[in-house]
Design a protein. Structure first.
Length: 243
């Protein structure tokens, strides 16, 4: 079992969100009511052990822990409509506009992390890896997302994730929407974009046939795909591993 104390801290870029007072404010370019900054804490197999985060509002004028906000944007669909996933540059612009000055460097923001939102950690199921397979068999990851794609979200994903269509995205009953296969660092990876119930959630299932190359290549791909989908408005919930 991979334990949360065996963590990778390569310090990739943080995730930034703007939270607006109303849905209308988000749509018309009004200033946000607050800024949320998060980082997934990863185990050594690239599953998620927790979410570190802080939030800042002009009313308080200081960074504070955000486990309640991190939970809420993933569980409260009404609140999620007032949340926008943004780049660090856009978060910095909002921070300055709200009177915070220059957005702190990411190393400084990490020092504000205090209250972690833990995520369940469990041993991957043994579904029968092939003995003697180069690199140690097969892994199956699931990156779970809350929310729905906007009008252009799926269209924007298609070329970046190199998806081939499977199901009709317009059909709310369709589950697997697209799939792709690629090789990296000697590993072969296949991923499927999957709808989890109409209007409930989405996930990206990634099957990894391990080769002899560095495992870090898997982590890089999972990070890239998670960020690509986050940029289209969905909020990552967790990264699980089943095998």
């Amino acid at each position: 079992m991979t334990r949360p104390d065996a963590l990778l801290r390569a310090d990739p870029p943080l995730d930034y969100y703007l939270i607006f007072a109303t849905v209308g404010d988000r749509g018309r370019g009004a200033p946000p009511s607050g800024i949320l900054v998060e980082e997934f804490l990863l185990c050594d197999d690239y599953t998620a052990a927790g979410i570190d985060g802080v939030e800042w509002t002009p009313a308080i004028g200081a960074w504070r822990g955000s486990p309640a906000s991190s939970r809420a944007i993933r569980t409260d669909a009404t609140l999620r409509e007032r949340v926008a996933a943004v780049s660090r540059r856009d978060a910095g612009t909002a921070y300055t506009m709200l009177g915070g000055g220059e957005l702190p460097h990411e190393a400084a923001i990490r020092t504000f992390f205090r209250d972690r939102q833990p995520l369940p950690a469990a041993a991957p199921l043994d579904l029968g890896s092939v003995a003697g397979e180069p690199g140690g068999g097969t892994r199956l990851y699931r990156i779970l997302f809350a929310g729905e794609f906007g009008e252009r979200g799926l269209a924007n994903l298609w070329p970046v994730l190199r998806l081939e269509p499977v199901g009709d995205p317009a059909d709310p009953e369709a589950r697997v929407i697209g799939t792709a296969t690629a090789a990296t660092a000697g590993h072969t990876l296949t991923w499927e974009l999957r709808r989890i119930g109409p209007g409930i959630a989405w996930c990206l299932d990634v099957t990894v046939h391990l080769g002899d190359g560095p495992i870090s290549a898997i982590g890089a791909l999972l990070h890239h795909h998670r960020q690509t989908i986050r940029e289209q408005g969905l909020i990552p919930v967790t990264i699980e591993r089943f095998t």
